[in-house]
Design a protein around this ligand. Structure first.
Ligand SMILES: *Cc1c(COP(=O)(O)O)cnc(C)c1O
Length: 373
């Protein structure tokens, strides 16, 4: 008996890391932020390393701590901090911090002085995403401060990087513009005496679709989990979805024509039918936006979610069939056997596959297959 669970296939993660690393032919930075996109930070991090991931990357220092506490001592990049952040432990633990500004470099310098060892710092330049990173008008003072701090022994600048806005649209003009800007930033850094080991620009979509954006390394998140970072763009990369979300039917009941179901009575049975109760709802990350739109597989057959998604449960139309309570429901997973995919769910809900897998969870348990002893 398993009410509702997430099953993560670590063999699929390993396969994806190997495939992507081979495809790109450069240093693989596997992105495991946000609990490995909902797949579980530590098991995924271990599997990725087993398959050859050269680096791991996360967003926050909390995530850094979790990996280091688990005993991971290898190369690790992080990129999201706020003023007053406690850098000391990360510096002691040889973590690559990312700086976005002179102010942040000043804080890192103070922490490195306090700790008494040089930090490792990567510099993020904003090339047009207009999110994190130093804006073009600040590049010169930012890179000069980085070089001065290196000369003062506060840190070694180990990388320079940026992030693309439209990598999932390979023909979008922003890609060429951002890459040209990145090359300008690299030239400026070099002219100021910075010689970082790693220059990187590509996320999953660019790693797959834009070979010229691979530089020394790629930062691959989504594709690691076997999901398509550019749905609708033909690339045929051999990826395997790692996540299957499954539950067991809690109850099956008969509806008469005209019976309306769930909150707000948003769906009315047009004819006599049966419905099944699936014990997972928006508290588990099943989007309310998927009400009357999502599909799931019940005993290998595609079935429609009817009525509003509730906090703990959703209802599916069984079309008059009466599978017993306890019958397996696959909410989404790898394609095949009637299953919907995370991408199908994203399309049904007007969102992206990233959000579907990252938010799924709540009270569901997680189980791993392909675990190595
Ligand atoms: C999340 C993130 C990535 C990974 O992006 P994917 O599209 O999942 O491959 C890479 N770089 C940065 C800065 C990110 O925030």
């Amino acid at each position: 008996m398993t009410r509702a669970e997430i099953v993560v296939d670590l063999d699929a993660v390993r396969h994806n890391v190997r495939t992507l690393r081979e495809l790109c032919g450069v240093t693989m930075i596997t992105v495991v932020k946000a609990d490995a996109y909902g797949h579980g930070l530590l098991p995924v991090a271990r599997a990725a390393r087993e398959a050859g991931a050269d680096w791991l990357a996360v967003a926050t220092l909390d995530e850094v701590r979790a990996l280091r506490v688990d005993g991971y001592t290898g190369p690790l990049l992080t990129w999201l901090t706020v003023p007053g952040e406690h850098y000391d432990d990360a510096i002691r633990a040889d973590v690559d911090l990312t700086a976005y500004s002179v102010a942040e470099l000043d804080e890192i310098a103070a922490a490195a002085t306090h700790v008494g060892v040089p930090a490792r710092v990567q510099l993020k330049v904003d090339t047009g995403l207009n999110r994190g990173g130093a804006s073009r008008s600040d590049w010169t003072p930012f890179l000069e401060r980085a070089r001065a701090g290196e000369e003062a022994g506060h840190w070694r600048v180990t990388g320079i990087w940026s992030h693309l806005a439209c990598a999932d649209q390979p023909d979008h003009p922003a890609n060429d513009a951002q890459q040209a800007a990145f090359d300008d930033a690299l030239a400026l850094a070099s002219s100021l005496g910075l010689e970082p080991d790693l220059r990187h620009l590509a996320n999953s979509a660019a790693a797959i679709l834009r070979p010229q954006a691979r530089y020394d390394a790629v930062r691959v998140g989504l594709a690691t989990y076997g999901l398509d970072p550019a749905p609708g763009v033909d690339h045929r990369t051999d990826l395997r979805a790692a996540m299957t979300v499954r539950a067991e039917l809690a109850l099956v009941k008969q509806l008469e024509a005209g019976d309306a179901i769930s909150y707000g009575h948003t769906w009315t049975a047009p004819e006599r039918t049966t419905i099944g109760l699936v014990p997972a709802g928006y508290a588990e990350g099943v989007p309310v936006a998927g009400s009357n739109r999502l599909e799931v597989a019940v005993d290998g057959k595609r079935r429609a979610v009817r009525g509003r998604v509730c906090m703990d449960q959703v209802l599916v139309d069984l079309g008059g069939d009466t599978p017993p309570a306890g019958t397996e429901v696959v909410l989404f997973g790898p394609p095949g056997e009637g299953r919907a995919t995370a991408q199908d769910w994203a399309e049904a809900c007007g969102t992206i596959n990233y959000e579907i897998v990252t938010r799924i969870g709540g009270r569901m348990s997680r189980r791993y297959t392909g675990v190595r002893a």
